[in-house]
Write a protein that binds this ligand. Sequence first.
Ligand code: HEC
Length: 135
Amino acid sequence: MNVVRWVARAWAICTLIFAAGVTFAQTPAALLAHYKTQALGQAAGDAARGQAFFTSTHGNEWKCASCHGAVPTGKGEHAMTHKVIEPMAPAFNSQRFSDLAKSEKWFRRNCKDVLARECSAAEKADVLAWLLSLK
Ligand code: HEC
């Protein structure tokens, strides 16, 4: 009988996880809302601040713009490998910010290169708000 109960519970949990995955539409706007929620109470989602953040250095040699370009409506070029990077602004690249796990992975990696720490949720929201404003 315990097995039956365990299976029922496991099934319920799987259904919940699946439903959560499906209802969180992974669009740039949904990701922005997600980061704003994570920033709890802090001002977040300010496009002007996002632009300043993206185009400035933060103690290290590189800025976000070093690889993505100062106006990321066009292609960027990796500062070290010189590989082409597709545009960052969602209006110019429909793949952008359509997968939270992918965006998180790159935020983590690139923020460590540029700031020697992870970006805060408020910083991510600012950058994404700016990128969304580029048409
Ligand atoms: C050394 C080069 C480099 C720097 C500097 C850099 N990036 Fe990137 N970034 C990349 C590469 C390479 C990718 C992955 C290739 C791709 O997605 O086109 C990427 C992808 C991303 C993505 C994934 C977007 C998506 O969902 O498709 C985000 C977000 C991102 N970068 C944010 C930033 C931010 C914010 C900064 C500054 C803190 C920054 N990057 C600085 C090279 C860089």
